[in-house]
Write a protein that binds this ligand. Structure first.
Ligand code: GLC
Length: 527
C-alpha cells in the first residue's frame, strides 16, 4: 500500500503551523507500524504556493517552508531505513510564473526562444483583446492570461490550464524535454524510488489549439491523450529503467473510462496510474463490480491501483454518507451522515485491500477523518475559491492538518508551543487523533492496521493475482482469492447471509447471527 502524504497538512516539525519534512521524519515509525510500503509526498519544491506547491519555481530545491535539500536527502535515507520507499511528485505540465524560464519569457517578448518554452499566442479580436481560444481553466475562468510586454503595451496571451500562476510548458520544445529528463535524474541520483506524475494526461496539446465549444460530451479534448504523449513516457521509462533501484511511475491521468489508459500501461511507459473510475464509483454493488471487472480485464491487477481519496477530492467517508453517493466528488453536494459514511468507509477499505493489485491511502482516511465543510471563507487557500468567484469552495476541506494527539493543542499537529495549524481542525476530531485511535481496538486505525497486516501475511504466502466472484444476493459483492480468502461486502439495505467458512479473519463491524449488516464487510477464510 502506498500512503499519500499531503505535505503541508501531515505533520509540522518546526512549529510554524505548516507540515514539513521534519514532521514527516518523526512520523515514519507511525507509517511503518500502519503497514505502509511506500510514501508519495506531494510537491516539496521551491514555490510561491499559488496552488499549494503545484506551482514550481525550482525543481531541484526544497521550499524553505518545508525544509532544505540536505533535509530531503536525509529524509530519503530515513524512509529507506524504515523499510519504506519514497515517491515524489513531478509537475511537468506547468511551472510557476516565478520560474526563471517564465520571467525570462516575459522579458524577452514575442517570437523569442524564451517564449517558445510556453504557449504564448496573440489574442483574437481587432486589438487582440480576446483570448486565443475558448479553453477553460480547470479551476474556473479562461485558460489564458494576457501579458504586459516589456515596452508597457498589452501584448500576447499565455496558456494555463490551472491558475494564471501556473503557465503550461510547451512539450513540443526540446529544451522542455531535456530539462525534465535532467530533473528525473537529479532525484533518482538522490535515491527516490519513483514519481507520481501530475496531470499526466495533459502535457501534449493539439498544436492547432482548436476551440472546444461544440465538442460532443466525452470527446477527447485537445489537451488530453494527444499523439506524442506516449513518446514522452517511453523516453522517461528508458531513463528510469537504467537506474538500479527499480523506480516506478504512477500517473495522475483523468481519462475516463479507465480503459483509455491501456496504451500508457502496456509496459514501455508508465508502470501504474490511479484507478479514478473506482474512486468515482457510487456506493453501489453493480457499479463497483463493473469498474473492478473492467480494470482487471483491460489493465490487469498491477497497473491501476485502487484509490478512494486524495488531496483533490471530497474525502470518501463524507461522499459515502451523502444521499447520492455518485455525486459530490467536489464539495457542496448536500449534507452527509458521518456515521453512515464511517460504516461504509470501513467496508470500502476492506474491499480495496482484498482485491488483487495495489492500493493508495490518503493521509487521514486511516483515522476516519471526514471532509471539513465549514472552513471560514477568509481562511480558504485553494485558488478554486477565488477563480470561481466563490461559487466553489475548493479542496481545502480534505487538506485539514492531521490530528496526532487528542490532548495537545492543534491535536499535536505541531509542537505544543508552536503556531496553530494552517487550517482549523474540527473539535470532533479529538477522538480520531492517532494516539487515541491507537489505543482503541474499534477505531478506523485499528481496522487499517489489521487489514494491512493480514494482507501482508497473505502476500508473503504468494496468494496469486486471481479473484473469482461468488454467487451472492442482490447488492452484495462476494469474491474469493487464491489461498481461501473470501471478501463479502454488503451494499444492500438489509443483512446478508455469509458463504460457508472456517474462520472470520476480519470484520468491519461485529457479525450478528452470523449475518453481515448493511454497509459492512468481512474477510473469511474458506476451506
Ligand atoms: C493535480 C494535483 C492538484 C493540482 C493540479 C495542478 O491535479 O493533484 O492538486 O492543483 O494538478 O497542478
Amino acid at each position: 500500500m502506498t500512503y499519500e502524504v499531503y505535505l503541508r497538512s501531515f505533520a509540522d516539525g518546526n512549529g510554524d503551523g505548516v507540515g514539513d519534512l521534519a514532521g514527516i521524519k518523526t512520523r515514519l515509525p507511525y507509517l511503518r507500524d500502519l503497514g505502509v510500503d511506500a510514501l508519495w509526498i506531494t510537491p516539496w519544491y521551491v514555490s510561491p504556493m499559488a496552488d499549494g506547491g503545484y506551482d514550481v519555481a525550482d525543481y531541484r530545491d526544497i521550499d524553505p517552508l518545508f525544509g532544505t535539500l540536505a533535509e530531503a536527502e536525509r529524509l530519503i535515507a530515513a524512509v529507506h531505513e524504515h523499510g519504506l520507499r519514497i515517491l515524489i511528485d513531478l509537475v511537468p505540465n506547468h511551472c510557476s510564473d516565478a520560474h526563471p524560464w517564465f520571467t525570462a519569457a516575459l522579458a524577452a517578448g514575442p517570437g523569442s526562444a524564451e517564449r517558445a518554452r510556453f504557449w504564448f499566442r496573440p489574442g483574437n479580436g481587432e486589438h487582440g483583446e480576446q483570448p486565443p481560444n475558448d479553453w477553460p481553466s480547470m479551476f474556473g475562468g479562461p485558460a489564458w492570461t494576457r501579458v504586459t510586454e516589456p515596452d508597457g503595451s498589452l501584448g500576447e496571451w499565455y496558456l494555463h490550464l490551472y491558475t494564471a500562476e501556473q503557465p503550461d510548458l510547451n512539450w513540443e520544445n526540446p529544451e522542455v524535454r531535456a530539462e525534465f529528463e535532467d530533473i528525473l535524474r537529479f532525484w533518482l541520483d538522490r535515491g527516490v524510488d519513483g514519481f507520481r506524475i501530475d496531470v499526466a494526461h495533459s502535457l501534449v496539446k493539439d498544436p492547432a489549439l482548436p476551440d472546444v465549444a461544440g465538442l460532443p460530451r466525452g470527446a477527447t479534448r485537445p489537451w488530453e491523450d494527444q499523439p506524442g504523449l506516449q513518446d514522452i513516457y517511453r523516453s522517461w521509462r528508458r531513463l528510469i529503467d537504467s537506474y538500479p533501484q527499480g523506480a516506478l511511475f504512477v500517473g495522475e491521468m483523468w481519462l475516463r473510462p479507465l480503459t483509455r489508459l491501456r496504451p500508457y500501461l502496456a509496459g514501455d511507459q508508465l508502470h501504474t496510474a490511479f484507478n479514478f473510475d473506482y474512486l468515482e464509483a457510487p456506493w453501489e454493488a453493480g457499479r463497483l463490480r463493473a469498474v473492478i471487472d473492467s480494470a482487471l480485464r483491460s489493465i490487469g491487477p498491477a497497473g491501476a491501483p485502487w484509490v478512494l481519496s486524495n488531496h483533490d477530492v471530497v474525502r470518501h467517508l463524507t461522499r459515502y454518507g451523502r444521499a447520492d453517493t455518485g455525486r459530490g466528488l467536489r464539495p457542496d453536494a448536500g449534507p452527509a451522515d458521518i456515521g453512515l459514511g464511517t460504516r461504509r468507509a470501513r467496508a470500502a477499505i476492506m474491499l480495496s485491500l482484498a482485491l488483487p493489485g495495489s492500493a493508495y491511502v490518503y493521509q487521514g482516511e486511516e483515522l476516519g477523518l471526514w471532509q471539513v465543510e465549514d472552513i471560514p471563507d477568509q481562511l480558504i487557500a485553494d485558488p478554486i475559491f477565488e477563480r470561481t468567484g466563490h461559487r466553489l469552495r475548493g479542496r481545502d476541506g480534505c487538506r485539514v492538518p492531521l490530528p496526532w494527539s487528542a490532548e495537545q493543542p492543534g491535536f499535536g499537529f505541531g509542537p505544543p508551543d508552536g503556531a496553530a495549524p494552517w487550517l482549523p481542525q474540527p473539535a470532533g476530531w479529538k477522538q480520531l487523533a492517532a494516539d487515541a485511535a491507537a489505543a482503541d481496538a474499534g477505531s478506523m486505525l485499528a481496522l487499517y492496521r489489521s487489514a494491512l497486516r493480514i494482507r501482508r501475511d497473505r502476500a508473503a504466502a504468494s496468494a496469486g493475482d486471481e479473484m473469482t466472484w461468488l454467487d451472492a444476493e442482490p447488492g452484495v459483492l462476494a469474491f474469493s482469492r487464491p489461498g481461501g480468502l473470501c471478501c463479502v461486502v454488503n451494499l444492500a439495505a438489509g443483512p446478508a447471509e455469509l458463504p460457508a467458512h472456517e474462520q472470520v479473519l476480519l470484520a468491519s463491524a461485529p457479525l450478528r447471527d452470523d449475518k453481515l449488516d448493511a454497509d459492512c464487510a468481512v474477510w473469511l477464510l474458506t476451506g
